[in-house]
Design a protein around this ligand. Structure first.
Ligand code: AHG
Ligand code: MN
Ligand code: MN
Length: 337
């Protein structure tokens, strides 16, 4: 149910203004920047909702820097974000999963300049089969003292100023944090506005659901295999399994209902498949703000990982704090001889 304050709905813009009041030194620039993202996601939602009626199914024909077949909707979403962010005067640099290099939008020398990185369309393989897809974004400050976009973007996730995602699911929901809790908005197609529907979200401490692509089980490192064997065993966790194949959909379920998601290293992707900067960092920021946790390679907190490249990949274990603790007891165990 949409939340009301003094009898009125709360839009995303109003919520950001309220949050701004907590940062006396922040100008209105930040809310102006976020409004660029929300505008792009409304455009993307309108394409996603008309897939099949307009030509957005299938491959666009090229391969991206990730080595993946680019879908038509990947390009549409990427263009929508670049177009709307291009007109927000305080966006210095953007980086996208779909672009080889970060891009300087404008040289900026004032303090109120930001870097935005995004996965414009997450879960692309699900577009043609009408399964939920998403957009993930993260915002950093643009450091004045670092020259070169490719270096400015290499900041640890703990430096994020804000992060969020939009899930184009049964309804279109936007979830974001700017370090003061996690809040959810639902797009009201009648108003074309995101209205507040959940505030200060807290991830359940534990739940009996795990989420992983078990097709790769035999190529996961042995400790992950032992955890997964335990998690489904009647004398172990006795958990059930859910896996959508769109990270945003799998994560949102865990944010609301609890549980654990993992994408371990595989023989095909020994560094993990998911991207650190614009998939794992934003979700890790949200998870921790909601009381959950997110672990990367070597048992390290995702938000502490120092990136080497904008397209770095990382293994990911994310979700309810006690579920992640359980899994890490197996994963951190020395490999048995
Ligand atoms: P993207 O569509 O942005 O490339 O992301 C797809 C990711 C993520 O959404 C999902 O969790 C994962 O790929 C699924 O990978 P598998 O198909 O290997 O399970
Ligand atoms: Mn993705
Ligand atoms: Mn993507």
């Amino acid at each position: 149910m949409a939340i009301k304050r003094d009898g009125h709905f709360v839009t995303f813009g109003q919520h950001i203004q309220e949050q701004q009041q907590q940062f006396p030194n922040a100008s209105g620039q930040f809310s102006w920047l976020l409004s660029g993202i929300t505008l792009a996601t409304k455009m993307i939602a309108s394409y996603v909702r008309r897939a099949g009626l307009i030509d957005v199914w299938g491959d666009e024909g090229s391969t991206n820097v990730q080595g993946e077949e680019v879908k038509k909707l990947d390009i549409i979403a990427n263009d929508a974000l670049k177009r709307t962010l291009g007109y927000r005067g305080n966006v210095g640099i953007i980086a996208s999963e779909e672009d080889d290099e970060p891009r300087v939008l404008q040289e900026v020398d004032d303090d109120d300049s930001y870097i935005i990185m995004f996965d414009p369309l997450d879960g692309s393989s699900n577009i043609d089969v009408n399964v939920s897809v998403g957009t993930i974004f993260t915002i950093f400050r643009n450091p004045k003292d670092i020259k070169g976009a490719e270096k400015s973007v290499l900041q640890p996730g703990s430096a994020q100023v804000a992060a969020g995602y939009v899930l184009y699911g049964s309804s279109t929901v936007l979830v974001y944090t700017c370090g003061h809790g996690v809040h959810q908005f639902t797009l009201d197609p009648q108003f074309g506005a995101y209205l507040l529907t959940r505030e200060h979200m807290k991830m359940p401490e534990h739940a009996g659901t795990y989420s992983v692509n078990e097709a790769y089980l035999h190529s996961f490192p042995e400790p992950y295999q032992r955890y997964l064997h335990w998690s489904k065993h009647p004398e172990g966790g006795g958990y059930s399994s859910r896996y959508v194949g769109s990270l945003v959909a799998d994560f949102h379920r865990i944010l609301v209902k609890g549980g654990i998601f993992m994408y371990p290293p595989t023989t095909k992707q020994p560094a993990g498949k998911l991207r650190l900067m614009y998939e794992c960092n934003p979700l890790a920021f949200i998870a921790e703000q909601a009381g959950g946790s997110a672990i990367g390679a070597g048992g390290q907190r995702v938000l502490d990982v120092m990136p080497q490249d904008v397209h770095d990949r990382t293994p990911l274990v994310i979700g309810s704090s006690r579920n992640v603790e359980e899994a890490m007891r197996f994963i951190n165990e020395p490999v048995r001889a």
